[in-house]
Design a protein around this ligand. Structure first.
Ligand code: MLT
Ligand code: MN
Length: 300
């Protein structure tokens, strides 16, 4: 299984267009220790010919340009992108679908709940169903994407997309609104893609145990980071993201797990782990984690 990180940042990317917070300022200055990152998406393939996108970020066009494996190879119309799998309906994970609107066949997979969200928005009718088939993912049921590559979708604690929150939102429910993906390669390789997660439940921990690779929600370093940096009013908890640090954080939650390679992804532009020389980066690395970057390639 080959995996390419197309985008490692959370919604807004790094730096974010309207943020010159302490971390973002270094990116705007083109500080080499503050590498720019686009919004969260990963491409996976068994054979290196046909690729599946995990989420379609608003930066998808730029990500395709930057990734030779995704360039068309046969004229006049061709794309190695054969499928897109969505892990939720957030703007940073679905807006890039519109980039793929050129009568090009591909399969679109999402839970029935998220397909309903897309189905109720007429802008996605730009996809002719003759070319783009929408397939509901059934939780906990393996789905073969191509020979030697299957996914297993599973619910993770989260919430509905921001634009569907309404007045009362439930955060932390395990529904079809937010899923993680187990990626199964040939020879039993098991990887996981979990870009948003409100809490590591015992069942989720058990699922991840002994995985070869976990790409996990690295949105915020600390729960009140957006408030303290003056960039927002919400906590991570309210947004459905567990923090990296702290007693209930990701580093602590994974401390007892056996995962060969642990990578933080979907990282918010305020998170100091984005800086190569920050104490927070040193702390995640000391705990055995890597911080994803655009173009990162992993072969399992
Ligand atoms: C999130 O990850 O919490 C969302 O992408 C937030 C948003 O929709 O802006
Ligand atoms: Mn997001």
């Amino acid at each position: 299984m080959r995996l390419i990180v197309l985008g490692a940042a959370a919604g807004g990317g790094f730096p974010q267009w309207n943020s010159a917070c302490a971390v973002g300022r270094r990116a705007w200055r083109r500080d080499p220790a503050a590498r720019w990152r686009t919004q969260c998406s990963v491409a996976i393939s068994a054979d290196g010919e046909r690729w599946t996108l995990l989420n379609a970020s608003p930066d998808l066009r730029q990500q395709i340009l930057a990734t030779p494996a995704l360039h068309p190879r046969r004229g006049p119309r061709h794309s190695p992108i054969g499928a897109v799998v969505l892990t939720n309906g957030d703007v940073d994970h679905v807006a890039g679908l519109l980039t793929l609107r050129e009568s090009q066949p591909f399969a679109l997979y999402a839970t029935a709940a998220i397909l309903d969200v897309l189905g109720s928005n007429p802008i996605f009718d730009v996809f002719d169903s003759e070319f783009v088939r929408r397939h509901p993912l059934v939780l906990d049921q393996p789905l073969e994407l191509e020979a030697g590559l299957a996914i297993v979708p599973f619910a993770v604690p989260g919430k509905v997309p921001l634009y569907l929150e309404g007045d009362a939102v439930e955060v932390g429910a395990e529904t079809e609104d937010v899923i993680g993906l187990e990626l199964r390669g040939a020879a039993g390789a098991r990887a996981f893609f979990v870009p948003g997660c409100a809490r590591l439940t015992p069942a989720l921990a058990e699922r991840l145990e002994r995985a070869a690779l976990v790409l996990f929600d690295g949105t915020l370093w600390s729960d009140d980071e957006m408030i303290r940096s003056g960039t927002g009013v919400k906590t991570g908890t309210r947004m459905g993201h567990m923090s990296v640090s702290g007693p209930d954080g990701t580093l602590a939650a994974f401390a007892g797990l056996h995962v060969e390679r642990k990578v933080l992804i979907h990282i918010n532009n305020t998170n100091p782990i984005l800086l190569d020389d920050s104490p927070e980066r040193a702390q995640v690395e000391a705990a055995g984690w890597e911080v994803a970057y655009d173009g990162m390639e992993i072969t399992l």
